[in-house]
Design a protein around this ligand. Structure first.
Ligand code: PXP
Length: 245
């Protein structure tokens, strides 16, 4: 099982101030140093977190395989062509949504999906679609030349721990895709608790997890950051810089 860490929300905090910290590139370095297997970023049409300049730096550093999530638009196709990441994951995007609300409807814009699949072949990029655990969607994606799916686990996560039906649906979808020769990833809303039953689904080879990891990082790191500031204040006091005033 590979873990791709989605670092979007490091950029969300940076954008809240419009400054330079925290830097998603630093986050990408930590992801690489932590033993994860991939870096995932979602470039949104409104650029509310990850910017193209972040992608440029992360891509150039070749830290780990880079997965860029994007809508299947011409603007995003140009970005995929410019940076040629290891993987592009096509996601639906609706103006004003707080997060991705569901899987891509592969019946809705088949030509765009076909174009991305062809782009992947041309530039040696994997192209995945983020879809609901629905056999019809998976078969349609395969028919459009897509060789990888990421199963949307959002409904499962929302209903957890009463999510047996959703879990069975994900397992069935993963088997359906694997039987069609597709690679299978999963993600959205996963946590250290609800990921456990997902890990029991053999066909799933990769997870993409963001919000929970970044949220946990705050409480794993907050005490250390406060202590660092207190030590700085104390050092200044004992060094005499306050006494001089
Ligand atoms: N996979 C896809 C396709 C996503 O759009 C997202 C959210 O950007 C994730 C995985 C990660 O979801 P979460 O942040 O809830 O872990």
């Amino acid at each position: 099982m590979r873990l791709g860490v989605n670092i979007d929300h490091v950029a969300t905090v940076r954008q809240a101030r419009g400054g330079v910290e925290p830097d998603p590139f630093e986050a990408a370095r930590v992801v690489a140093a932590s033993g994860a297997h991939g870096i995932t970023v979602h470039i949104r049409m409104d650029r509310r977190h990850i910017q193209e300049s972040d992608i440029a730096r992360i891509r150039q550093a070749e830290l780990l395989p880079l997965n860029i999530e994007m809508a299947a638009t011409e603007e995003m196709q140009a970005i995929a062509t410019r940076y040629r990441p290891h993987k592009v994951t096509l996601v639906p995007e609706q103006p004003g949504e707080i997060t991705t609300l569901g899987g891509l409807d592969c019946f809705r814009a088949p030509d765009a999906i076909r174009r991305f699949a062809a782009l992947g072949t041309e530039f040696g990029m994997d192209v995945a679609v983020f879809i609901d655990p629905d056999a019809k969607q998976i078969e349609q994606a395969a028919g459009l030349g897509i060789q990888e799916i990421e199963i949307h686990t959002g409904e499962f996560a929302k209903n957890w721990p009463d999510a047996q039906r959703e879990l069975a649906g994900i397992a069935h979808a993963a088997r359906t895709a694997a039987a069609l020769g597709m690679r299978v990833a999963a993600g959205h809303g996963l946590t250290v608790r609800n990921v456990v039953p997902i890990l029991g689904i053999q066909a799933i080879e990769e997870l993409n997890i963001g919000h929970h990891i970044i949220s946990r990082a705050i409480f794993r790191g907050l005490e250390a950051a406060i202590r660092e500031m207190l030590e700085t204040i104390e050092r200044a006091a004992f060094g005499g810089s306050r006494a001089k005033e």
